[in-house]
Design a protein around this ligand. Structure first.
Ligand SMILES: [Fe+2]
Length: 381
C-alpha cells in the first residue's frame, strides 16, 4: 500500500486495576478541583456504586452531586437537565459512571457546560464538531461494563428530536478513563456475554477496515485474543477479577481500535436496536458470523479473517476461523436465531433500509448492495 499522510490521536490516561476507582479520587484532588457532578443511571445508583464513589471523593475532601436521570438511550433533555444541575451546584468537574449511556451523557454535559444550545448545532453529521472548542471542564469516565469502550472514545450518541445524533470532538475524550474490574463484578452473565461480544466485534470490524493504521490493527488483534481467552470465564464466574479485568481492557482496546471505523455488523445491529429494541451486544453477536461469511467473499478480508486462526486455536483458514467463532458464540449462549429474539421476516427489509442509512454501512470494506442485508438475515432467521 502506498504511504500516505495520516493523523493519529491516541487516547488518554488510563487508571487500570482493582481499586482504581478509589485511587483516582486522589488524582482529582491533586488537580485542585473542588466539586464534582457524578453522572450515572438508576441501575448503577440502585446497586450502590454511585454512593461508593461519592464516599471515596468525600474521603479526599471533595464534594459531589449525583445526577442519575439518564435513560438507556440518553436524550437531549437528560443532557440539559444534567448541565443545569452542574451549573446550579457550582461544580468544576464531571465524572461519568456507567456503561455507554451515562458515559456519553457525561461527555455531552461537559460540552454543554460551556457551549450554547441547542444540541442539534453540534450534530457531527452536519459538521457540528467545528463549534466545540476546548474550554470545557475536566471529565473522568469510570466504566461499569466491558463493551462500549466509551471511556476511551471522543464521541457520544444522544437522541435529539427523536433521532440518534452523534456529537463528536477530540476535546470530548475523557481526561482519565478508569478501568476497575471490581466495579464490573455484579454484571449479570447474559449482559456480560452480550457486552463482551460487542467489544470483540469492535475489534473485528476495525481489524478488517481497509485503512492504514497498524497500531489499531495490533491492538484489535490482541483485544480479540483477550476476549476469546477471558469472556467465557467472566460469564461463568462473574467474580473472577482477572477475567473481568482482561475484558475491561479488551473493551477499551476495541474502542481505541475502532477509531478506524466500524462496518456492516454494526450497521445491522444499530437497525435491529432501533426497530426491535434488541440489546446492542446481542444484535452484534447474532449476526456476527453470517456477516463474516458475507465479507469473506472479498479476498482481502478473507485473508484478514484467516490471520485470526491462532486466536481461536485453528489453522489460518477463514472458514475454520468462522466455524470456531460460531462455537465460541455458542459457548457464550450468544448463538441464537433471529426469530428467537423477536425478529420477524416481514421486518427484514426495514432492517436493511435502516442499515443502509447508518454511518457504519459505507465504511464496510466489502460494499454491500441492495438486497444483501436481507439475504444475510434470511440465513439466520
Ligand atoms: Fe458496538
Amino acid at each position: 500500500m502506498p504511504l500516505k499522510r495520516h493523523t493519529y490521536t491516541y487516547p488518554t490516561r488510563i487508571e487500570y486495576g482493582p481499586g482504581a476507582m478509589k485511587d483516582f479520587t486522589s488524582i482529582v484532588k491533586e488537580s485542585g478541583l473542588k466539586k464534582g457532578l457524578i453522572v450515572t443511571d438508576k441501575g448503577i445508583e440502585g446497586i450502590g456504586l454511585a454512593d461508593e464513589l461519592k464516599g471515596y471523593f468525600a474521603e479526599v475532601g471533595i464534594e459531589t452531586v449525583i445526577f442519575s436521570d439518564v435513560k438507556s438511550n440518553p436524550t437531549e433533555e437528560n443532557v440539559l437537565e444534567g448541565t443545569k444541575v452542574y451549573k446550579e451546584s457550582g461544580c468544576d468537574f464531571i465524572v461519568g459512571l456507567g456503561g455507554g449511556s451515562p458515559l456519553d451523557t457525561g461527555k455531552t454535559i461537559k460540552v454543554m457546560a460551556t457551549h450554547d444550545g441547542p444540541l442539534e448545532k453540534y450534530d457531527d453529521m452536519k459538521g457540528g464538531d467545528k463549534y466545540i472548542i476546548n474550554n470545557m471542564p475536566p471529565y473522568y469516565a469510570i466504566a461499569t461494563t466491558a463493551g462500549t469502550g466509551s471511556e476511551v472514545g471522543r464521541s457520544s450518541v444522544i437522541t435529539v428530536n427523536n433521532k440518534k445524533t452523534i456529537i463528536f470532538s477530540p476535546y470530548m475524550m475523557p481526561d482519565i478513563a478508569v478501568l476497575d474490574p471490581n466495579v464490573t463484578l455484579k454484571l449479570p452473565a447474559k449482559l456480560t456475554a452480550a457486552t463482551g461480544v460487542d467489544a470483540f466485534v469492535h475489534s473485528l470490524e476495525a481489524y478488517i477496515m481497509e485503512v492504514f493504521h497498524p497500531m489499531a490493527d495490533g491492538i484489535a488483534k490482541e483485544a480479540m485474543e483477550m476476549c476469546v481467552n477471558y469472556l467465557g470465564t467472566a460469564v461463568d464466574n462473574g467474580s473472577d477479577v482477572e477475567a473481568r479485568g482482561n475484558m475491561l481492557m479488551a473493551s477499551a482496546m476495541g474502542a481505541i481500535a475502532f477509531q478506524k471505523g466500524l462496518g456492516l455488523n454494526h450497521a445491522i445491529a444499530h437497525a435491529m436496536g432501533v426497530i426491535f429494541d434488541i440489546h446492542h451486544g446481542l444484535a452484534n453477536a447474532v449476526v456476527m458470523t453470517e456477516v463474516m461469511r458475507y465479507n469473506m467473499t472479498k479476498d482481502s478480508i478473507r485473508e484478514k479473517y484467516a490471520s485470526l486462526g491462532a486466536i481461536f486455536g485453528v489453522e489460518n483458514d477463514a472458514e475454520k476461523v468462522i466455524e470456531a467463532a460460531d462455537k465460541w458464540l455458542e459457548s457464550l449462549g450468544m448463538k441464537v436465531s433471529l426469530s428467537s429474539i423477536g425478529v420477524t421476516e416481514d421486518k427484514l427489509q426495514a432492517i436493511e433500509d435502516y442499515a443502509i442509512g447508518d454511518p457504519c454501512f459505507p465504511l464496510n470494506p466489502k460494499v454491500a448492495e441492495k438486497g444483501d442485508v436481507v439475504k444475510i438475515l434470511k440465513n439466520i432467521l
